[in-house]
Design a protein around this ligand. Sequence first.
Ligand SMILES: O=C(O)[C@@H](O)[C@H](O)[C@H](O)C(=O)CO
Length: 483
Amino acid sequence: MPAYLHDDFLLSCAAARRLYHEAASGEPICDYHCHLPPADLASRRTFEDLHAAWLGGDHYKWRAMRALGVEERLITGDADPRAKFQAFAESVPRLIGNPLHHWTHLELRRCFGIDTMLDGGSAQEVWDEANRILAATPAPALLRRFDVRLVGTTDFAADPLDHHAALASDPIEGLRVVPTFRPDACHQLGDTAAWNRAMDALGAAAGVEIDSLATLVDALKRRHAFFGELGCRASDHGLLALPDAAPSESAAARVFDRLRGHDEAAAGPDGQASFSAYLMHLFGKLDHDDGRVHQLHLGAARNLNAAGFDALGPDTGFDAIGDARQGPGLVRHLSALAAAGRLPRTVLYNLNPVDNHLFATVAGSFQGRPAGGGSTAPGHVQFGSGWWFLDQDRGMRDQIQTLMEVGVLSTFIGMLTDSRSFLSFPRHEYFRRILCDEIGRRVDAGLIPDDADLLDGIVRGICFGNAMAFLGVQSERGSQAGK
Ligand SMILES: O=C(O)[C@@H](O)[C@H](O)[C@H](O)C(=O)CO
């Protein structure tokens, strides 16, 4: 019986094993979308214990513990960290088949050299050993263990980016930390009081009195430029779906004026569609003109449990895969930008797997510049890696297979952790094993030529070089497919 997570786990054949061990495993990491707190990087934080480093912000773990009936006091509540870790340890054995079970043990092995199975009985020894190592391993050292070369944090458009400025003047050797412009709060019209507070914050950050659509646009342009001064290489937009509405300045201005007057009715479906369509068109043009990547995270139904949201806020484990219709709004958004000759390098992430083929084929419809205007980056419009509820074995395989079959795999920019923990970088290993297995199985089946030089270059590009090139960041290492 093979050992759990043995050296060749997820690698079902010789070709897959060779690809992973010879091409994928040694590549550096470009984690272009995550939620690592930039303050922890700037301060070179040393985590006080394993709970702070591993459980403190991970709603994947919180969600699983709730499903096992663990009381909230031991998840996000006021229990002491060791008691919370004990509750998590006792939960782990009952998570078989869930990627958390894999990630938990991969992270213990790769970050701490601990190959003990985590359960209630081993919790104390794991806690003691991991804390011993954490005490001597500040955050940057954790990243160096995985040869992380770039981290793309996720930052609200009004964020002062103080920590990124600190890192710019006192950089971590060998690591690029780039902010990502995330203006989602501008779209959240459902709570007009909160939206107006977001407008106030944005105006204060930009030095603009936001009292009209024109002043909002001015503030957003100033903030977009400010992010660029601190190294921003991408924007990011998390919406349930893009609105199926034409970007109309007059319609958006009418909605703005009513919202600024706290007219709740303006936040209805038509107002939301008009306002968001206009803003998204603006963001796409700004990204194009500044040479930045335009990320679209679509399909999450967020904060579904009102009691949970009221108690704990967003990103705390009360979200799900949404069933919104994605096609019309997505196509309209990309079409309008392409028609203007200002479609930026774009990444489309769907959250509902039923949309895999839709997103992959829509991406394929907007490659290149058919109306002229020169060449584009390889994979100008990306079908993004399995995300959130899809960043597990089946979700990643489905995405890779779909991209391979209806798109172009070799230009793929690969995986991201999307995590809030510095211990999550083995997710790249998990992805790389699956990638090599998907290719290797087809080599064994005679469906892909067994050309080691070709395949190694493609795999290395997907693991690292393609993402660095897509972001426009020079990398000392890492080959890039298509170059
Ligand atoms: O960027 C997002 O909207 C999501 O990644 C969100 O932050 C979510 O909480 C998450 O971390 C999923 O992995």
